[in-house]
Design a protein around this ligand. Structure first.
Ligand code: CO
Ligand code: CO
Ligand code: CO
Length: 304
């Protein structure tokens, strides 16, 4: 737990370790079915980020039964089940409580070979960094809540946020990744900083290689930034250096809390190109967005 890794790992024997994780949040879109899909994909992601295989899941529900009809809960759980099925995971139970605010997510259990865990703290100097989903999910979610985002923008958001990190994880395992984490509430910089600190490395982000959801940069320029992005920036300020020529909107997106974001994979330079080609070939939106530049005892990031 000291490196704030994505999930807990418990060694059962020399062949098998358990991976356990729990995640849930409040609705991010109007459609209960799509909310269910996004929340489930997000919960499963932490197992994928550890290089593991999710096996079972349990629903976690907080539901204001006096405010919403039961169909809202049913559709949410059906959306979640679609993703649980797609992951090849078995739903084995769950728990619900009456609450003032609706929340849904999963507790997921998976397995991994104890020697094949891909932690967030094992990035090597000279590694390339591959990102597997476009950034800007928090900004677009804010625009959707503010009724600014049109149908196409919403569709792309739902498609991206509900996409499983399964294929990305399988490709990085096969390609021999050194370190990985998924980009969620602390944004690209927050999660990368955990990697930099845990690995004792200096990480460089190439701002011109970052890729965003459509309209994310435009909305960021308009100031449509979720409060979490400011908190993330404040948290990172002593260890993340933003070059003076970086556009404010681009820097803001680097701190944007991601709703079910992609993986960030640290992988040896000689395997990175092949890993990227395989990801793209399998339909994953991915790019090399930075590198592990060298040693740094306390860990730091430069956005260049
Ligand atoms: Co995570
Ligand atoms: Co998590
Ligand atoms: Co019980």
């Amino acid at each position: 737990m000291e490196n704030s890794d994505d999930a807990g790992v418990f060694k059962l024997n020399s062949e098998t370790a358990l991976i356990q994780t729990v995640d849930f949040f409040t609705p991010v879109v109007d459609s209960p079915y799509d909310f269910g899909r996004i929340a489930a994909a997000n919960s499963l992601s932490d197992v994928y980020a550890m290089g593991g295989k999710p096996l079972t899941a349990m629903n976690i529900v907080c539901f204001p039964s006096s405010d919403f009809p039961a169909s809202v809960l049913r559709e949410t759980l059906e959306g979640g089940l679609e993703k649980i099925d797609e992951a090849g995971v078995v739903l084995v139970g769950g728990h619900s409580v009456d609450d003032l605010e609706f929340k849904y997510g999963l507790s997921v259990t998976g397995t991994v070979h104890p020697e094949k865990v891909i932690p967030n703290c094992n990035a090597n100097a000279g590694d390339m960094l591959i990102l597997t989903k476009p950034l800007g999910l928090g900004i677009i979610a804010t625009a959707i809540k503010g009724k600014i985002a049109d149908k196409n923008i919403q569709k792309k958001f739902i498609e991206t946020a509900s996409a499983l990190n399964k294929t990305a994880s399988e490709v990085m395992i096969a390609s021999g990744a050194n370190a990985c984490t998924d980009i969620t509430g602390f944004g690209l910089c927050g999660h990368l900083l955990e990697m930099a600190k845990g690995s004792k490395k200096e990480i460089h982000i190439y701002s011109d290689k970052l890729f965003f959801l459509p309209k994310a940069e435009e909305y960021a320029e308009m100031g449509l930034i979720p409060a979490g992005a400011y908190a993330n920036r404040e948290f990172c300020k002593n260890r993340v250096y933003v070059s003076s020529y970086i556009k404010k909107a681009v820097a803001d997106i680097c701190f944007d809390p991601q709703t079910s974001g992609g993986l960030i994979i640290s992988i040896n330079k000689k395997n990175a190109g092949d890993c990227l080609l395989k990801l793209i070939d399998k339909g994953v939106e991915a790019a090399i967005i930075g590198e592990v530049a060298g040693e740094d005892k306390r860990g730091k990031i430069k956005i260049k």
